[in-house]
Unconditional design. Structure first.
Length: 234
């Protein structure tokens, strides 16, 4: 009887050993695939989509003693000073462009250009008509109004900021503004729930202009940082 059991026991032992070996190979293979192949993919993709960090310490600082303000801006950006205008002094900050000879300045809030601008006396024209929301830009100075103008999809494309406390060199209507270049901008005028021709659009009677298009998100981020850096000085 004992002799008849030995082959069976050996067979069981062989099967057990084979199963253990197969299990070990499976585990090792799984770990190799998971960590050696799949494990590298998320790290690679994450690295590829990470934005280049913006080092604001490498920016330039513009200070104006006459109008008592300062603002930081990227070193490669341009600065245009129109402070000699007695009615509406303006300071434009904008990225360099290949078509600089075609630039029509000063930039104001209706200009189709990427810019951050300072208007110590305000500007003698109507404001922007369009959808807007309270601005989420972090600001240093206390504001009277901080408004983001938004596209149809909710993307902020412009920001208007006026201040509750201003230096004496500023007039009550003074403000700062950032606007975006939008070469593919599309406008629709809404009267209630109905679109109407743009030539018949009358914002003063409640018509609303809806904008759609694309802006440079990287430039918009820089503009927000510039607005955040603005402050009054003595």
């Amino acid at each position: 009887m004992e002799h008849s059991k030995k082959p069976t026991n050996r067979l069981v032992d062989i099967l057990k050993n084979s199963f253990s070996i197969l299990t070990s190979l499976f585990v090792v293979g799984f770990m190799f695939i998971y960590y050696g192949i799949l494990g590298n993919k998320p790290t690679k993709n994450l690295t590829e989509i990470l934005p280049t960090p913006i080092v604001q310490d490498e920016w330039s600082t513009y200070r104006n003693a006459k109008f008592n303000f300062e603002i930081k801006y990227p070193r490669e950006w341009m600065v245009s000073d129109f402070s000699s205008d007695q009615i509406a002094p303006i300071f434009n900050f904008y990225p360099p462009t290949e078509n600089s000879q075609f630039i029509v300045q000063p930039y104001i809030h209706f200009s189709d250009a990427d810019h951050v601008s300072v208007f110590p006396y305000g500007y003698p024209t109507e404001g922007i008509n369009g959808e807007y929301q309270e601005s989420n830009v972090a600001l240093t100075e206390k504001t009277a109004q901080a408004t983001d103008f938004i596209l149809e999809d909710g993307t902020p494309w412009a920001t208007f900021i006026s201040f509750s406390k201003k230096p004496r060199s500023w007039q009550e209507s003074g403000f700062i503004f950032s606007g975006a270049k939008m070469p593919n901008q599309r406008l629709v005028c809404m009267r209630g729930d109905q679109p109407i021709p743009l030539e018949n659009c009358d914002p003063f009677t409640g018509d609303l202009i809806i904008r759609s298009g694309e802006i440079n998100a990287g430039v918009r981020k820089l503009q927000e940082m510039m607005l955040s850096s603005f402050k009054f000085i003595q």
